[in-house]
Design a protein around this ligand. Structure first.
Ligand code: PDD
Length: 278
């Protein structure tokens, strides 16, 4: 595989990052994941806009202008002949001796790579997933897409060990979001409910695209927090992300939804989203 590292395209075996990189030592870095379907990037403008926002919240400069980053993404897809999968971008503050307080003149470290992955034809897309519910273990700036993902790593490990496919996080009795996705429920009168954007969740790019599709297709939507009881009593549920697209949720904790199969409105939204992607 060809990757982008140190300002050039190199084989993944030649790519080198300093052990003093602040991304490695402090998790002082942000990332983006863009889906690639049929060789084309999905909602990439939204991902590049969010990258710029995450960096600006941390006062890390953009490593390159947006157009150049996009050109690198396209080149990687081309060089690796990627048809379906993801393009990953990561920017760290840069490297220097380990001190919490950083110097003003650091040069950000920028890497990018592609990863082949089956996004369309998998268990989540077809049969739906079961999610575990756990207290949200994360810090209070979840709107920044940082690489500090240990809470997510541990939650997903625990979910797997307990026989679940994924995890939804809970705070003060309400769902914040999925461990790596945005969470939604569908009420009996066919309204979609998802939490409003704030520092409590990552503003999902797939969420933004789906909300636009709901408005285009006249699907009713409410942006507000919802409780565990509402989620477990919902007609349907689903989650979205660059890698999971629109994925049905058929069980929340020990409660099955819609008889354990993906609901009709969820299926409709999957179809709208695939239309938007293709
Ligand atoms: N995760 N919330 C969290 C905590 C996430 O990590 C993600 C995405 C999302 C959905 O965002 P988007 O629709 O822009 O992908 C919400 C990516 C896929 C990841 O970490 O691999």
């Amino acid at each position: 595989r060809v990757v982008y590292c140190g300002g050039e395209f190199v084989s993944e075996h030649e790519a080198r990052i300093s052990m003093f990189d602040r991304g490695f030592l402090f998790g002082d870095a942000v990332y983006e994941v863009t889906a690639v379907i049929g060789g084309r990037m999905v909602d990439n403008d939204l991902h590049l806009a969010r990258l710029e926002r995450s960096l600006s919240e941390l006062a890390i400069p953009m490593p390159l202008p947006r157009a150049e980053i996009e050109a690198i993404q396209h080149a990687l897809i081309e060089k690796n002949q990627l048809m379906e999968g993801t393009v990953y971008l990561q920017v760290s503050r840069g490297e220097e001796d380990r001190e919490f307080v950083y110097s003003a003149d650091l040069k950000p470290t920028f890497i990018a790579f592609t990863q082949a992955k089956n996004l369309l034809n998998n268990k989540g897309q077809t049969a739906g997933l079961a999610v575990n519910l756990v207290e949200d273990p994360r810090w209070n700036r979840r709107d920044i897409k940082t690489i500090m993902l240990l809470g997510q790593v541990m939650a997903k490990r625990d979910a797997k060990a307990a026989g679940f496919d994924d995890t939804w996080f809970v705070e003060d009795g309400t769902i914040t979001e999925g461990a790596s996705s945005t969470a939604y429920i569908v009420t009996n009168d066919k309204r979609i409910i998802t939490r409003a954007n704030s520092k409590a969740i990552l503003p999902g790019c797939t969420r933004a695209a789906l909300l636009r599709l709901c408005s285009t297709h006249g699907v009713a939507l409410e942006e507000r927090a919802f409780t565990i009881a509402e989620a477990q009593g919902a007609a349907e549920a689903f989650q979205t992300s660059a890698t999971s697209l629109v994925t049905p949720i058929v069980r929340i904790g020990d409660v099955s939804l819609n008889g354990g199969v993906p609901g009709p409105l969820t299926r409709q939204l999957q179809a709208y989203y695939l239309e938007h992607v293709n």
